[in-house]
Design a protein around this ligand. Sequence first.
Ligand code: ZN
Length: 257
Amino acid sequence: MTASEHDDPEGLAEVVQMIAQAKRIVVLTGAGISTDSGLPDFRGPNGLWTKNPEAEKASNINNYVNEPDVRSLNWKLRADGKLWANVAPNDGHRALLPLQASGQLHTLITQNVDELHQMSGIDADKVVEIHGTTRKAGCLSCDYLTTMDAVLERVRNGEDDPSCPDCGGIMKSATISFGQALVAEDLTRAQQAADEADLLIAIGSSLTVNPIASVVPRAVRGGANLIIVNAQETPFDMIANAVVRGSISEVLPKLIP
Ligand SMILES: [Zn+2]
């Protein structure tokens, strides 16, 4: 099959068939699958960082570690519900559930830190959170890890910059910030999944953030088919069996009936 673009749902039959026939599907998701859940926009005209440039500093590990004001602003925004309000899974997340029910889902690698896949019903054991999760918080100096809610409770009770109860270290959401290395075992797991896949479906990711984007050509080299579902072009459209544009929450349920 040659790479083809599908703008109309009527042309999706061959993509539906490719998914139906796959036995070990690895799904890689990015921000695009969570857009319809109303996650805050960071860099748009009304984006959180556009309106509040100081808040962006928290996304860089050096600023976060060295500037207490950056940390306290970040905790305050979280405690006020301005970073992650009450977001819920959307039809795009739910569209993947049949792949789990049928036993076809090998691994779900996500660049998202929102846990919406798990909240939609995907087994946590199937998910590799390559950039961590914002629903947990940990100490930068020791292994202490707790729920984000537990830390935000401390913030609401008056602590500007809650420290680790075990060692006094700096606490941070359990996400990979700019300047921080990925968790090696997560990357290894993602790469092994790509090697074992017979189909990789990349959904809502620009596929430009390395090293995780490299699992896409890796899977293809290993013999997997590749389907890309994304609103914009990606660097790997050329090697995909099929590229599907359009709203993810609308198109995914049609691909996985
Ligand atoms: Zn600690």
